[in-house]
Design a protein around this ligand. Sequence first.
Ligand code: FAD
Length: 393
Amino acid sequence: MSHNWDLVVIGAGAVGSAALRAASESGAKALCLEQHAPAHERGSSHGLSRIFRHAYFEHPDYVPLLRHSTARFESLERESGVDLLHRCGMLVAGPPGSEVVAGSLESGRRWNLAVEALDAATLRARFPWFAYPDDAVGAFEANAGIVRPEAAVHAALGAARSRGAELRIGTRVRAIVEDATGVWVETDAGRERANAVIVAAGAWTSRLLPELAHLLTVTRQVQAWVAAASGIDARAMPCWLVDRGRLEHALYGLAPDPVAPMNVAEGSSPAHHPKVGLHGSSDLVDPDLGAAPVADTDLERLLRAYRVVAPALAGRVVAAATCLYTMSPDGQFLAGTRRGARRIHFAAGLSGHGFKLAPALGDALVDLAIEGRTELPIGFLSPARFAEVGSRS
Ligand SMILES: Cc1cc2nc3c(=O)[nH]c(=O)nc-3n(C[C@H](O)[C@H](O)[C@H](O)COP(=O)(O)OP(=O)(O)OC[C@H]3O[C@@H](n4cnc5c(N)ncnc54)[C@H](O)[C@@H]3O)c2cc1C
């Protein structure tokens, strides 16, 4: 039997959970449909930690959205009573002229963020875990750190449900059809009727919005928790990203999580160790088939890079997992209202940097769905920037 909903959200990952929370705050009668489970291991929002930061080399226009998102994570912490953020700082370093370092400093200048410019001597003195060439440059933002993805997704869904929103897991949406008065949401368990729909389907977006398929590429990524070589205390480490030049993937690391719950059987958690990854492998994945499991060759490649960047840290791999990036052609998100539609809104192509921004995307999409407009500056994310596909946002 179908019901009438103000809003149906498709996907209970980073964006969908944030959208459901925002919808519930607005008093909308909202339903979230998830094909697997929230923050499951075949999507993009698992792995115990994500970096959040505000000095943004990817594009300075994200900074207002980043500030908004961090404030929303903080309010979710207060509402849920769950610690979601650990402020350990974020270091970026690279060769002279590094766009990552220059872009971080530039966004800091433009938006008046506290970001320090560092030379090689300062980098060595303050962040001794890494090997720097004599001409290395860096930037450090203290108001950055890790956000706990599974905890954040569950907290947002919990907050939404406590205000009456409904979450249905194990339900796959097959199609969405907009007509003059609403949207039919066809699922494998029947159909729902909604005034508006938010597609927050991550790697599966092009199944529901096929017009975006040529802009979205789903790739397999490997994240590994690596014990620091003996005698090194990694707990004081920040999150970090090292720009290894245009021809190499950047290597990034996340600080150990001081409050990660113990795995009872082993007496520790992978999250007690630094997590490292190479940003942006290009192995294509069909999300329904899933990514190939982590192989020795993946870990060898990762450790080879890690030993060069942080020889004193690169010890034993404690755990490893795959995860999906959904890349857009320029590495920036796609968000707005579906072209030719009024009631279908989406965020997609989060390109490996979307978790920290999910609250702003969720809020903006709910604004579009309920008010028909948003004050949040997401216009630069419209797919209209690619000639072939347009969107209003
Ligand atoms: C290894 C790795 C490291 C990362 N590091 C960072 C980082 O440090 N900082 C950062 O900000 N970001 C980072 N990211 C990126 C960030 O995690 C993602 O951009 C973000 O989690 C994507 O959220 P999403 O809601 O778009 O997708 P997901 O969280 O995958 O959610 C989409 C959901 O929709 C469901 N779904 C899809 N289709 C349907 C359907 N038809 N019916 C019902 N349900 C459906 C899926 O099952 C899934 O649960 C990283 C990503 C990876 C993989």
